[in-house]
Design a protein. Structure first.
Length: 255
C-alpha cells in the first residue's frame, strides 16, 4: 500500500495545483491530460488499498467525469468545476486506509498524519505539474512566462509549508515512555538520524535550492533549462517523500 498511497497523494496534489493553470492559454489538452493521469493514479490507489469504499470510488468517478467535461464541455467551466474532483479526492485520501507505525518512537497529535499528508500532496503535485508545465512550453511556443513563474513560486511555498508542518509535527510530539523522556527532536535527529537527515537534505533542502535556480532560469526565459531543473527537483522530492513515509510507517517519526 506504500506506492498506492503515493499515487493517491500525487493525484490530489496534481489536481489542486492545476487550479493555477489558465485554460485559455493552455487549451483543453493540458487539463485533459492531467485529469486522465489523476484518474489513473486514483485507480491505482483503489487497487492498492490506500483508498476504498464510497470516498475512493466517488473520487475516481468525479475525476473521470471531469475529464469528459473538459473534453466536451465549454472551456469556461474547466476551472470552476475542478473543485469537485479535488474535494472528492481530498475526502478519499483522508478517509482512506489508516497506517499505524510498526514500532512507534513518538506519540503524535491527531492532526499530524492528515496535515502532513495534505502537505506532501501539495508538494508532490506542484513539482510534478511544474515539470509538465515546462514541457508544455516546448509543445506550444510563445506561451506567457507568467504561468511557469507562478507555478515555480507556488512550488517554493509548498516546500516551505512542508518544512513548517514537519517541524511543527515534531515539536508537538512526545517520545514514548520507554525512551526515558527524551525530546522528539533527539529521537528524529539522533536515533533515526541516518534516514531523517537524508529526508531533510534530499527532500527539502535540495528542492529549495533547485527551485531558486528554476526561478532565476525562468526570469531569463530559458524554459528548457528550467524544465530540466524541475525534473531533477521532482526526483529529489519523490525520494524525500518516500524516506519520509518510511520513517512514519516504521518508527512513527513525522517529517
Amino acid at each position: 500500500m506504500f506506492f498506492s498511497w503515493l499515487a493517491s497523494v500525487l493525484a490530489l496534489g496534481g489536481l489542486a495545483s492545476l487550479l493555477l493553470v489558465e485554460p485559455k492559454d493552455f487549451g483543453k489538452g493540458f487539463h485533459r491530460f492531467i485529469g486522465a493521469m489523476a484518474s489513473l493514479l486514483l485507480a491505482a490507489g483503489l487497487a492498492g488499498g490506500a483508498l476504498g469504499g464510497t470516498p475512493g470510488w466517488s473520487a475516481l468517478l468525479a475525476c473521470t467525469l471531469w475529464v469528459f467535461l473538459v473534453q466536451w464541455g465549454p472551456a469556461s467551466w474547466i476551472r470552476s468545476t475542478l473543485a469537485f474532483p479535488i474535494l472528492f479526492a481530498c475526502w478519499a485520501l483522508l478517509a482512506g486506509t489508516s497506517y499505524s507505525p510498526r514500532e512507534p518512537l513518538l506519540q503524535l497529535s491527531a492532526w499530524v498524519a492528515p496535515g502532513n499528508t495534505l502537505a506532501a500532496s501539495l508538494l508532490m503535485g506542484s513539482v510534478s505539474l511544474a515539470m509538465l508545465l515546462g514541457h508544455w512550453y516546448l509543445v506550444i511556443p510563445g506561451l506567457p512566462m507568467r504561468h511557469l513563474r507562478r507555478m515555480t513560486r507556488f512550488l517554493g511555498l509548498c516546500i516551505a509549508l512542508r518544512l513548517v508542518l514537519g517541524a511543527a509535527s515534531l515539536g508537538s510530539s512526545q517520545s514514548v515512555p520507554a525512551l526515558g523522556g527524551i525530546s522528539s527532536w533527539q529521537v528524529a535527529a539522533g536515533i533515526t538520524a541516518f534516514f531523517f537527515w537524508q529526508r531533510v537534505g534530499i527532500g527539502l533542502v535540495a528542492p529549495a535550492v533547485l527551485t531558486m535556480m528554476v526561478e532565476r532560469t525562468v526570469r531569463i526565459g530559458s524554459t528548457q533549462s528550467a524544465t530540466g531543473l524541475l525534473y531533477i527537483t521532482m526526483i529529489f522530492v519523490l525520494i524525500g517523500e518516500m524516506i519520509s513515509r518510511y520513517l512514519f510507517m516504521t518508527l512513527g517519526v513525522p517529517q
